[in-house]
Each structure stands twice: as C-alpha cells, then as structure tokens.
Design a protein around this ligand. Sequence first.
Ligand SMILES: [Zn+2]
Length: 209
Amino acid sequence: MLSIADLIQYRRKRERLIEMVVEVDLPTAYGHFKLRLYTSAPDGMDHLALIKGDVAGDSAPLVRVHSECLTGDVFGSCRCDCGNQLHAAMSMVEQEGRGVILYMRQEGRGIGLANKLHAYKLQEGGLDTVEANVKLGFAPDLRDYGVGAQILADIGLKRIRLMTNNPKKLIGLQGYGLEIAERVPVVFEPGDHNRRYLETKKSKMGHLF
Ligand SMILES: [Zn+2]
C-alpha cells in the first residue's frame, strides 16, 4: 500500500518544484549579499536566498534555512528568538565571506500569520507553543523542507554546514542530494519574554541548545 504522504514525498523528490525569478545586489546592516527570488510551483509562494561568495560544490559553506517570522524578523518580537537567529546567521556568513541564508515564507511553522497570532493568544491563556498549535488543530510543525532543499541544490550546494538548533531540519534536508557536513549552533541567552518558548522548543520539539 502506498499512502498519499508517500506519494507526495516521492513527487517532491523527483519533480522540479522551484523556479529562479530574479537576482539583485543587496547591501544590508549585517553584510553584503546577492538576493535571489525563487517561486515554488505547487503554491506560487516566493522564497528568498541571500547568497555571499562562491558557494557551489563540495566546499561546505555555512547555510541557514530560516522560516519567516514576521513578528520576530521585522518587529524584533521578544516572544521568540527568530530575529536574533536570522541576523546572527547573516553576520556569521558575512564574517566568513561566503554562505547562504534561505528565507522560507512558511510563517508560524507553516500555519500562517493569523493562526500564529491565535496561538499567541492561547499562550497568553497559559498554553505553551506546542499545546497552542495542537489546540488550533495543527500538527506542532507543518514546515516542509523539500522546496528549500531544491533551492539549495539550484544554488549549487552539495555539502553544507547547517546553522540550526533544530534536529528536524537536519532530517528534513537530507535525502535531497544534500550532505550536511556539520551542524553549527546558533545560541542566545533567553530573555524574559521568550524563556518559556525556548524551554518548550527544547523539551517538546527536540531542539538542541
Ligand atoms: Zn519567531
């Protein structure tokens, strides 16, 4: 018996799901990058890659696969650590002179912005981030790394050093012709607002700190 999930998995591994649209120069407060926009064929979503230096081939550059978090990335929300992780990763790539930040538009672990804010509301009533997602009827993590893996392959990456604290990303990215040579942790001191969030990530989602 072949399940629908198996079929989707099979198609994602074999069909080309992405298209490169445009590349521009992007100087930022954290470094100077090329910014590439890709579209994903299944859903028409735009995903972005910040690329620095010569990253193609087996030389294992630093790579971060970052999931969009509007509140954290743009407003500097202290309810999570996304903004800090994104900017630290950009600085690390800048310092090393090469690497890739892949910015995946999968807000709130894939549940979307409105649902993420509903989950925040439930957390204000005492639930943690995993309990809140489950209460809204979502699996704790809906992110799919197949599209991301195809973008990294299109950029020419074969071996990477992945900047992450999340072991699921390691599993999610393997099996698409990408070899993860090393996991490079992105570590922060928890603040007063995100301490419980970070503890939940560690105890319930297997994050490594
Ligand atoms: Zn966040």
